[in-house]
Design a protein around this ligand. Structure first.
Ligand code: B12
Ligand code: SF4
Length: 472
């Protein structure tokens, strides 16, 4: 069978984005677990256009919630042309009823346990409308099909070494999407690290772990890092701040070539951290913990969320300075988004705070989809855009880079320059995130599935909150 796997994408900036930096791993992973007798192609919409007149027998779409309207648009086009179209991923997993209206078949959860049988059913014309994957141990997962990536990706070696996370933040789907904390055997991860057929030296040098919390199991991570030392790679990942209390681990991270760690810091407000379900983050410890990484030359990237229940426009504005004061090298700034499958979605639905006029395209981390507690939706949007503009002003980005010259190792400094450079160039050109309120592209599709979006929301309470100061 000929299979097109399409990893759906919609740009989040008004005037384009550097889409060639790092690829998603999902498509090339699905291709790797596809039985050999199938002929598989992977299309990354961020750099390639899907071909509606493809000769594929099966089209498989993967997407996040914010890309759902685009995925539905593509699916309807393919189905018009008689193609069998299936889908999976985080949005489909938590919206099976809605997705089933659009696709021939949907896969909920992890694909490994059902993918071969789904493909064989499709071959035999007995495709079922729904497959539910089990979260299996990660032994035996193959190396992603890096050979199917377009050459243009700057850092093509993306690896998933573990699944899951021991924490339970209220805005995150990971604990339900990838239950437990599972690790691949170290030697299997090393095979991905040893893949060497990339064209340029930096593509062979850099390893980007797309994990949620790579360091959660200390025994396992020590074994992996010890074996990475002789490979002389530069690597990056996401981890929780507790690593800063483990100097032996930090030393090993440095020795094995760690150039960057992403922390979900999220907020400087105790009340907001409480609402985010992040008691493990302590505001008065941020600076000290970050400095532990700086002592070892690692770049600290950190995520911050605007719109948590303790936030006000003033507290959001203050973050631009606060994140510089604690020493963050590269900030990632998003707006709280209550995704289905999270405790936040349930709470906001129960409290009647999900905005009924926001299609899934708004669920991209840069738009407002709910009624914040201490401001109106438009005040939150404005506060976030102002924060974004201020945090990536030339002055602040330049200062972060200069500080990096004194505290970061070479690869880490390159990362800081590249990322601060990207974002500050955008800020300079006023290339802000897309505000979907001004776009009608997906309105038709959104209205098609509107009744499925928040079916149990307490409509009456929305009416009350809209009547009391909310301006939508
Ligand atoms: C790596 C990652 C990123 C990377 C790469 C993004 C990318 N395009 O892949 C970066 C850092 C860029 C990123 C950004 C964002 N991300 Co992200 N990211 C992840 C992360 C940590 C891992 C995803 C991954 O690669 N897993 C490994 C692959 C192999 O697994 P997988 O994708 O889950 O696929 C498996 C199954 O889902 C299923 N499957 C998936 N697709 C399909 C398709 C078919 C046909 C089938 C059969 C099966 C199937 O089978 C696969 C194998 O089991 C997940 C968390 C998680 N654990 O899933 C969050 C996650 C996907 N991200 C999320 C979010 C919200 C974002 C942002 C919006 C954050 C923000 N505020 O800015 C942005 C959006 C980016 C954009 N361009 O718009 C959410 C999505 C929630 C949702 N319902 O949409 C997640 C789930 C985390 C969370 N907070 O809950 N992200
Ligand atoms: S620490 Fe990160 S991955 Fe883990 S639950 Fe919280 S947000 Fe999700």
């Amino acid at each position: 069978m000929k299979i097109d796997i399409i990893v759906v994408y919609v740009g989040r900036y008004e005037r384009g984005h550097e889409k060639n930096f790092v690829p998603p791993i999902t498509g090339i992973h699905l291709a790797a677990i596809t039985p050999d007798h199938h002929d598989v192609r992977v299309i990354h919409q961020q750099v390639q256009s899907p071909d509606f007149n493809t000769d594929a027998d099966l089209v498989a779409l993967s997407f996040f919630s914010g890309f759902a309207p685009e995925a539905y648009r593509l699916a309807l086009e393919f189905r018009k042309r008689g193609k069998t179209v299936i889908a999976g991923g985080p949005h489909v997993t938590f919206s099976p009823k809605e997705a089933s209206r659009i696709f021939d078949s949907v896969v909920l959860g992890e694909a490994e346990s059902v993918w071969p049988s789904l493909l064989s059913d499709a071959e035999q014309g007995t495709l079922r409308p729904k497959y539910t994957g089990q979260a299996l141990p990660l032994d035996g997962l193959p190396t992603p099909r890096y050979d199917l990536l377009p050459q243009s990706f700057f850092v093509p070696r993306v690896i998933q070494a573990t699944r899951g996370c021991p924490f339970t933040c209220s805005f995150c789907t990971v604990p339900t999407l990838n239950p437990g904390f599972r690790m691949r055997p170290v030697d299997s991860v090393l095979k991905d690290i040893d893949y060497n057929k990339f064209r340029y030296w930096w593509q062979r040098k850099v390893v980007w772990f797309w994990d949620d919390n790579l360091t959660a199991n200390r025994r396992w991570i020590r074994e992996l890092l010890a074996k990475m030392v002789p490979k002389k790679k530069w690597w990056l990942t996401q981890a929780s701040m507790d690593i800063a209390e483990d100097p032996a681990l930090l030393d090993l991270m440095q020795k094995s070539g760690c150039i960057g760690i992403f922390f979900g810091i999220e907020s400087f407000g105790d009340e907001s951290l409480h609402f985010a379900g992040k008691p493990q983050n302590r505001v008065n410890e941020y600076r000290r913990k970050i400095s532990e990484l700086h002592k070892r030359g690692m770049c600290v990237m950190a995520g911050f969320i605007s719109g948590l229940d303790g936030d006000t426009p003033q507290s959001i504005h203050a973050m631009a300075k606060q994140l510089d004061d604690i020493g963050v090298d590269v900030p990632f700034l998003s707006i709280l988004t209550p995704f289905r499958g999270t405790p936040d979605y349930k709470r906001y639905q129960d409290e009647g705070r999900l905005l009924p006029d926001r299609g899934w395209e708004f669920y991209n981390g840069y738009n407002v989809t709910f009624k914040p507690r201490q401001m109106s939706p438009s005040e939150l949007l404005k506060a976030h855009r102002n924060l974004w503009q201020e945090a990536f002003s030339l002055r602040r980005s330049f200062r972060r880079i200069v500080k990096g010259v004194f505290r970061l190792r070479w690869g880490a400094l390159m990362m800081s320059i590249a990322m601060n450079g990207f974002y500050s160039l955008k800020a300079l050109r006023k290339n802000q995130p897309v505000n979907f309120e001004n776009r009608t592209t997906y309105h038709e599709i959104s209205s098609l599935i509107r009744s499925e979006m928040h079916p149990n929301q307490k409509e009456k309470r929305i009416a009350v909150s809209l009547g009391s100061g909310c301006d939508v």
